[in-house]
Ligand binder design. Structure first.
Ligand code: CMC
Length: 440
């Protein structure tokens, strides 16, 4: 069971003539929260916080973010260290199990990923029935949900070793599904996963190998993919992880729970932003007037937003964006790629960082601002960008699900303030209502 946050002090709330004392709890990095879980019982009042912007849904030991200082750590280890030194599979192990793996743990975990990398053959036929042009994220969420029908149920009652196997299965198979979906979309035969390849090399091979042109696995592409996957692997209570925790709290099957995460991630305000950034940069390139789009982003009467900018938690430069920007610039330079979209992205960033609208609101490039340009340079098709994010986020979702089921979690069920019609407002309508002679 998870270590609970300590009570460090008390808050006094005076409300409607009553005074209540509420505990203040403190996390290991000094983050404080007023525990309002007994507030309704003692006062009849609830709290309201749209988008849960000021609400912690749980205590968690997985990821620490300080959005004011631009700090991101998985299980206490800075993201920069992880991106520089370890593989994505090690990070997946770290997130799910709490520490970096020993040599034997790494072998055991890699074996589990390998033994569970094949997709059930009957599920392969599903790909034949999606319409041409279906977005791979929609295919992915459907396929992950369908896994619940093909693989044994995994929920809170499942034994520890089976949970471990199922977590490895979902991390490994989603990669296979993603590559199969891409191959189907371009009309090429699918390429099966191989036990002799590392996680990221395997994915690239399944994406790009072909019977007529064998794929030469580039060590630099494998390294880059490791870095990109590592920096996306978890981000505490983001929208998709919150969806995973919410669905999982109802004790739904692991696969249905992860499918909910994939669905949440597909939105352009979340993981879908990486594709939206490229589309927006291309639109700005076609127009040619960067300043016009900055003006539009600042105009309260214009719904236009700069995609890849801003973050709920970071009010300074997103540490992941810093890593991607450097990798992107280095990779394009080393590969001799001159992408005009990178120049436009630089210009937008330069303008925004001098403009009080962005500076005062703490709006900086987020992780999605430069990833699309890098994925494009690596040959990843645009409609696969968000799928790449989903593959990378799998260990995070799985880690949160495991943490949640091992804890005394209550079903996620917020309250609301009803603002609809009152009984007195509708009574005349009900009294005057003439039921139809024939009930259809
Ligand atoms: N362009 C222009 N103005 C913005 C932007 C933007 N991208 N983002 C926020 N603002 C403004 C917003 O209009 C508001 O201004 P005001 O205070 O005058 O009303 C202020 O900044 C605060 O914005 P918010 O919408 O209240 O902030 P939020 O925490 O609810 O939203 C966000 C966070 C990421 C949804 C938002 O910044 C956004 O829509 N960004 C563009 C989409 C994007 O890049 N999403 C990827 C996020 S990072 C990866 C991930 O989580 O998947």
């Amino acid at each position: 069971m998870m270590k609970k946050a300590k009570k460090t002090s008390e808050a006094i709330l005076k409300v409607e003539g009553k005074e209540v004392v509420l505990p203040v709890i403190c996390g290991t990095e000094g983050e404080k929260a007023v525990d309002i879980s007994t507030l309704r019982k003692s006062t009849g009042l609830i709290t309201i916080d749209p988008g849960f912007a000021n609400t912690a849904n749980c205590c968690s030991q997985i990821t620490y973010i300080d959005g004011e200082k631009g700090i991101l750590r998985y299980r206490g280890i800075p993201i920069t260290e992880l991106a520089a030194k370890v593989s994505f599979v090690d990070v997946a192990y770290l997130l799910v199990h709490g520490t970096l793996p020993t040599e034997s743990e790494r072998i055991d975990f890699s074996n589990l990923l390998n033994y569970n990398s094949l997709l059930h053959e009957d599920m392969r036929h599903f790909f034949d029935h999606f319409p041409k042009g279906a977005h791979p994220m929609h295919i992915l969420s459907t396929m992950v949900n369908a896994m619940a029908a093909f693989y044994p149920t995994v929920d809170v009652t499942t034994t520890a070793r089976n949970i471990e196997r199922s977590c490895a299965r979902v991390i490994s198979i989603v990669r296979t599904i993603a590559a199969f979906a891409y191959k189907k979309s371009i009309g090429e035969p699918i390429v099966y996963p191989r036990h002799d390849l590392s996680y990221c090399a395997n994915f690239l091979n399944m994406m790009f190998d072909s019977p007529v042109k064998p794929y030469r696995i580039s060590p630099e592409a494998v390294r880059l993919l490791n870095v990109l996957f590592i920096i996306h692997a978890d981000h505490e209570q983001n929208c998709s992880t919150t969806a995973v925790r919410a669905i999982g709290s109802a004790q739904a099957n692991l696969y249905s729970t992860i499918a909910a995460g994939v669905s949440a991630l597909s939105g352009p305000l979340h993981g879908g932003a990486n594709q939206a950034v490229i589309e927006q940069l291309r639109m700005i390139q076609a127009d040619g007037d960067v300043a016009k789009f900055i003006r539009k982003a600042k105009d309260k009467n214009d719904p236009f937003r700069l995609m890849g900018f801003g973050h709920r938690v970071y009010k300074t430069y997103d540490p992941r964006a810093e890593i991607v920007r450097k990798e992107c610039e280095n990779y394009l330079a080393a590969s001799g790629i001159n992408d005009p979209l990178l120049d436009i992205a630089h210009r937008i960033e330069d303008i925004a960082r001098q403009d009080s609208y962005f500076v005062d609101r703490g709006l900086y490039p987020n992780v999605d601002f430069y990833t699309g340009i890098l994925y494009r340079a690596m040959g990843i098709p645009e409609n696969m960008f968000t799928v790449m994010f989903a593959l990378a986020r799998l260990p995070g979702w799985v880690a949160h699900w495991r943490e949640m089921i091992g804890d005394e979690t209550k079903i996620v069920r917020p309250r609301q303030i009803y603002t609809g019609r009152t009984l007195s407002e509708v009574s005349a309508e009900v009294a005057d209502f003439e039921p139809p002679a024939l009930i259809i």
